[in-house]
Design a protein around this ligand. Structure first.
Ligand SMILES: [Zn+2]
Length: 309
């Protein structure tokens, strides 16, 4: 797959000043209000090159945001991958070895394998497990509109719809289909429960608009749970929110993988329309108004169906 070089409006910056946290785990900062209330985790850099989350997390820390109620934790997850950023290969610093957003099952976390990501996930495990509500901030390779991603639990949908921005929802009725993401660790991966855990995909990794979206959504998430006052500049929610269901996650099988036309994401296909070929394997639309979310530069396609309201 060829890809146009991205526009670099926001680049990584030195995070060493944020390394020393206050809970004994690098890059984790916690603030207690001393009042009853939920424990909310804002997590950045699950993927090392998704720097909008870094902008949001550093904003919260630099601005001295403190919870009015409950507890606020701010974490930078895969700083090791982030620090490997090379502008000539800007997609390579997503991860070093493992995808940090696929290894949150007990089997992986309790297992004997080692990698920078497995070690970091094990270090962060108590941080994720302690949170009542989690916002995990991501961004996309392609310049597409921002959207939420979450397991199809009513508690998640309720919070995301109430916030309203971004207005696009990708719900996962049966998980991601390729490992356990951070937002499905432990109780947040169970249908019964009251903990909200959302991913927000804020737009293209290196755009200022993605950084602004990440900061705004982080503040909205905190305001939703009462930890901060609603921001004055909050955009009025759009009248129409769009909901997609993840039907299939397609992984590339062969070096011959090819989309039938260049895709950025959100293109619409009719049922059975050919989307891509992978050797002799054909990837076809599973329903009408079917779309592709997050086609990667290397061709990996989470593959979602649009169920328009
Ligand atoms: Zn990501």
């Amino acid at each position: 797959m060829s890809q146009n070089p991205p526009v670099f409006e926001v680049l990584p910056r030195d995070l060493s000043a944020y390394r020393q946290g206050n809970v004994g785990i690098d890059y984790v900062h916690r603030f207690e209000s001393g009042k009853p209330g939920p424990h909310v985790l804002i997590n950045a850099l699950t993927h090392g090159n998704e720097i909008c989350g870094m902008v949001a997390a550093t904003h919260l820390l630099d601005a001295g945001v403190r919870p009015l109620i409950g507890t606020l934790t701010i974490s930078f997850a895969n700083v090791a991958a982030y620090e490997s950023f090379d502008q000539a290969r800007p997609f390579e610093s997503r991860q070093l070895v493992h995808n940090l957003n696929r290894i949150w099952s007990a089997a992986e976390l309790d297992g004997a394998d080692e990698s920078p990501e497995l070690l970091r996930a094990r270090a962060l495990r108590p941080v994720v497990a302690a949170a009542d509500h989690i916002l995990d901030i991501h961004s996309t390779s392609q310049d597409v509109e921002p959207f939420w991603v979450y397991p199809a639990y009513a508690r998640n949908a309720q919070a995301a719809v109430a916030m309203g921005t971004p207005p696009v929802h990708l719900v996962m009725p049966s998980g991601l289909g390729s490992g356990t993401p951070l937002i499905q660790h432990g109780r947040h991966g169970q249908a019964q429960g009251d903990g909200v855990a959302l991913v927000v995909e804020c737009g293209q990794h290196f755009l200022q608009s993605a950084a602004d979206m990440a900061t705004g959504v982080a503040l909205d998430f905190l305001a939703h749970f009462g930890l901060v006052a609603p921001r004055a500049s909050r955009p009025a929610g759009p009248a129409v929110q769009r909901r997609y269901e993840l039907l299939e996650t397609c992984m590339v099988r062969t070096p011959d993988f090819q989309f039938t036309r260049p895709l950025r994401g959100f293109e619409v296909f009719a049922r059975d329309e050919l989307i891509a070929t992978d050797g002799t394997h054909e990837i076809r639309a599973l329903c009408d108004d079917c779309t592709v979310m997050m086609p990667t530069p290397r061709g990996g396609v989470p593959h979602a169906a649009g169920l328009r309201p």
